[in-house]
Design a protein around this ligand. Structure first.
Ligand code: E4P
Length: 217
């Protein structure tokens, strides 16, 4: 399973990449706003750190303008993955951007039928937003399981990129279902390592070690 980090914070990306936790990055207009930077400059800085796909989102809602924006974003670096919304114009743009050989992430997916359409449009990634579905009282992970079954039924190549991840449990469930990728905020990726028994066990080992009076080397 690949780990993408869902942020446009370059400092965070650098730190997590140093820990070997970053296979790719996802950004969106809200994350660019939060970063306080210019989309082209921030995306370039991220692409200089990360070799894997770096999603940068078009903001046009109409096909022609989406294609124009996609061309501009694609010029930033070879690993820019163009993010388009799950609309009819977005799916048309997806098909054409893919035929130019560029990766596409179809975002804002909230149903299995939407995911089916994205796969038929040749999307590299489909991004179902599990956290936002949970917020409505439904179970976001049920959607991941449905998409997994549909993609397996028809051998679609589109990778399931679990997005809007809010908890470490989302990551575990996504892995159990067999999703290809999770994109998670930096704090959630860091939290994956935490377990109170690890902390307790380490403290006990260190206390006993101190009592031996020994040193290694
Ligand atoms: C994914 O590509 C999106 O940027 C992201 O996961 C959205 O998450 P949110 O629902 O926490 O804003």
């Amino acid at each position: 399973m690949k780990f993408f980090v869902d942020t446009a914070d370059v400092k965070e990306i650098k730190e997590l990449a140093g820990l070997g936790l970053v296979d790719g990055v996802t950004t969106n207009p809200s994350l660019i706003l939060k970063s306080g930077g210019n989309i082209a400059e921030v995306t370039k800085q991220i692409c200089d750190i990360v070799d894997g796909p770096v999603s940068a989102e078009v903001v046009a809602t109409e096909y022609k303008e989406m294609m124009r924006e996609a061309k501009i974003l694609a010029k930033i670096a070879d690993n820019v993955c163009i993010k388009v919304p799950l609309t009819l114009d977005g799916l048309k743009a997806c098909r054409d951007i893919r035929s130019d050989g560029r990766d596409v992430n179809v975002t804002l997916c909230f149903s299995a039928n939407q995911a089916l359409l994205a796969a038929k449009a040749g999307a590299t990634f489909i991004s179902p937003f599990v956290g936002r579905i949970d917020d409505t009282g439904s179970d976001g992970m049920e959607l991941i399981a449905e998409i997994k079954q549909i993609y397996d039924n028809y051998d679609f190549d589109t990778e399931i990129l679990v997005a809007s991840v809010r908890t470490v449990n989302h990551v575990k469930q996504a892995a159990l279902i067999g999703a290809d990728v999770v994109t998670a905020p930096p704090a959630t990726l860091r939290a994956l390592v935490s377990h109170p028994l690890t902390d307790k066990g380490l403290a006990a080992f260190l206390a006993d070690w101190a009592k031996t009076g020994q040193k290694i080397g």
